[in-house]
Design a protein around this ligand. Sequence first.
Ligand SMILES: NC(=O)c1ccc[n+]([C@@H]2O[C@H](COP(=O)([O-])OP(=O)(O)OC[C@H]3O[C@@H](n4cnc5c(N)ncnc54)[C@H](O)[C@@H]3O)[C@@H](O)[C@H]2O)c1
Length: 465
Amino acid sequence: MKVVVIGSGYVGLVTGCCLAEAGNQVVCIDHDAGKVATLRAGRLPFHEPGLDELLGAQLKTGRLSFETSIARAMRHAAVAFLAVGTPSQSNGSANLENLLNCVHELADTAFEDCTIVVKSTVPIGTGDRIEKLLNAKHGASAGQPWVRVASNPEFLAEGRAIQDFRHPSRIVIGANDARSADVLAELYAPFSGQGDRLMLMDRRSAEFAKYACNAMLAARISMINELAGLAGSLGADIESICSVLKSDTRIGAGYLHPGAGYGGSCLPKDLRALINTAREAGEPAYMLRSIQRVNLQQGQRLLAAIQDHFGGKLRHRRIAIWGLSFKPGTDDVRSAPSLALARGLLEEGAMVSAYDPVAMNAARQALGDTPAVFGDSALSVCENADALVLMTEWEEFKTPDFGAVAARLRGRMIFDARGIYHASALQRHGLRCHRLGERTEGPPACEPIRLRQTAATHAEPRPLG
Ligand SMILES: NC(=O)c1ccc[n+]([C@@H]2O[C@H](COP(=O)([O-])OP(=O)(O)OC[C@H]3O[C@@H](n4cnc5c(N)ncnc54)[C@H](O)[C@@H]3O)[C@@H](O)[C@H]2O)c1
């Protein structure tokens, strides 16, 4: 099948490469000529594990090519995906400017029988709007449309995007006509597990499903963060509480890890957009607003904890930050909690030295207007720092040489915003650990209590006392 993918970012490029690998003829389009040249040369403009090999292999087969012009690519296309960015506007709504530019370009293009598929995350009703716009341009009526528009929201996660695309947990197809549903079911046949993973529904429901998923994930993150804060101030240990929560099959184990709050290119913007949609629909959206507020507060909690440690005075304190991407496995720093923390620290007069194994370029751009400095290794940013903050749990930060860290740090405190360090490992080197949600009474949360002779305890339970 000939497939056009408009927008060659994280989503568009992964989609294009994986569909080419499945045997389709794919043209990926981007309006950024520099990006297209980079991709044609087999290089990636961003970090995504395994994607460079896949890109190279698919370019070699001749099934994958890159273009800047929609009009040139559309000839004989059976499916055209719209996968351009839909960032937040100042009022929280999704900015559809890029998407609508593409739609206008499509409207001016002559093409054959082709299903237009919206893969970008878009407000509910956008598919209706695009279909109307395209058909109006060609004088077609709703009863006899010139073109059909379907929704196929993307659920891949950066850092494991190829795996997610090749083995999706579900493929959501929102189509208001059988032809679009059929053509997409055929295209996705290699990924849909005999069709078991296909979820067919109307277009608006598919658009909403994407927002619903992200709202739900954000809700879990904010809920566990709020519970962690509460547990800490009540002298309870959130790690132990999490293990109880995770063992409950009704609750499930995912996304129950207290941290610095959610970030990235999707959850914050999609939640804002859904709140805006709710406002337009006259719905109060109490929960959605609270999720957002708790997330904002979580970042402030971390800053406040660092401030408290220095008696409220951060001026001239040097703070090292490990990890800038919003999560490991990606160089995406969009809405990353690390950037908000760096800005907060700088505003309070602190000096920030930061390091990330892959997101340095993106972070340099994002913090280019600040005096933040960047080191070329994890240890180099610790040199004479008054404290270290772990923001992204990259592998290289999981079991660092704490002795070498301690030798370089001026202060003794590590703020562990991802909850991965054990106090005992740090204590051996004279370091201390602060976790978000750490209890203020009782034994420190970083110190796990271990049962002696666990195996025997399991084999022969004895009454206590
Ligand atoms: N990144 C993710 O993890 C993810 C996951 C699921 C869904 N989504 C959604 O998918 C969409 C794309 O996200 P992304 O992260 O791939 O964005 P991105 O910013 O990485 O990529 C978008 C690409 O579109 C190009 N573009 C913009 N306007 C264009 C135009 N008029 N013509 C041609 N190309 C144009 C940009 O140059 C860019 O390369 C968004 O709606 C996003 O919310 C993203």
